[in-house]
Write a protein that binds this ligand. Sequence first.
Ligand code: BT5
Length: 237
Amino acid sequence: MRFAFCFFDRLPSTNTKAMTMDPWSAVVAETQTRGRGRFDRSWSSGKGGAWFSLVLPLGEHPAELTFLASLAVYRVLRRMGMDVSIKWPNDLVHCHLKVCGILTENRYGQRDGKSVIGIGLNVNNKLPPSLQSKAASLKSLVGKSLPLNAIIRDIAGEFAKVYSIYTQKGFSPLLKEWKKACSTLGKDITVASIGGRFSGKAVGVDPQCRLLVKDAAGKIRIVTEGDIRILCRENVP
Ligand code: BT5
C-alpha cells in the first residue's frame, strides 16, 4: 500500500487532522500551531521541519506502531549517513540531542477506528533557545539544508515497507532490528514516570515494547511509559 498525501500550509496539529481522514492518508503541514507530544506536551513546529501524520487501520498495539515508525525513520536517516539511534520509547537522537519524536494515537470504533502515527523530525527548522541544549535539526548536523518533501516521502515509503513485513511476518523480526538500532539498551539511565523516579541499567525491551530496567537492588522493573535520561559522561556534571 502507498500513502495518499495531503499538504497544508498550517494546521493546529497534523495528528488531529489525520483523525478525520481515511487509512493510508498522509497529512503534512509546513507549520503546526498546536503541535503536541505525549502527555499533551507542546511540540515546536516551525517552518522547515517535517511535521506529518500517517493514518492506518486501527492497530491493537500503539506501542508497536511507534516502534515501526521509529525504525522507518532510523533506516532513512542512516541511509542519508546520519549518525542517529533510537531512544526508547519514541525518539531518535544524535548523541543525547533529540532529532525526532513520534506520537501514536488510536480512535476506537467499529466503523471509523484508526491509528494515527505523528512524526516530528527536525530537518531545516530553527529550534527555540529553550530546546537548543536537548534537540538538534538534521541541517545542524550536516551543515546544509536538506530536501524536506523527499525525506517525508522516503519515510512514508519506508514505513509502508516495514508495515507490510509487520502484517505478514509479525512484530518479532522488526523488534530484533529495532533493538539493534536502540542506544538505550545497556546504558545507565534515570526513569521518570507516573509511578515515580528511579535509576538503573536498561537491560532489555520485552515483546510488549516495555523497557526492562535493573534497579540498584538488582530487581528488574518493567517500564510502560515515561521519560528516560541516559547517564553518560557528557550528562554527568
Ligand atoms: C514526542 O513527545 O516526542 C512526540 C512528538 C510528536 C510530534 C509530531 S509532529 C506531527 C504530529 N502532530 C502533532 O501534533 N504531533 C506529532 P514527547 O516524547 O512527549 O516529547 C515532547 C518534548 O520534546 C517537549 O516537552 C519538549 O521538551 C521536546 N520538544 C518539543 N519540540 C521539539 C522539537 N521540535 N524537537 C525536539 N524536541 C522537542
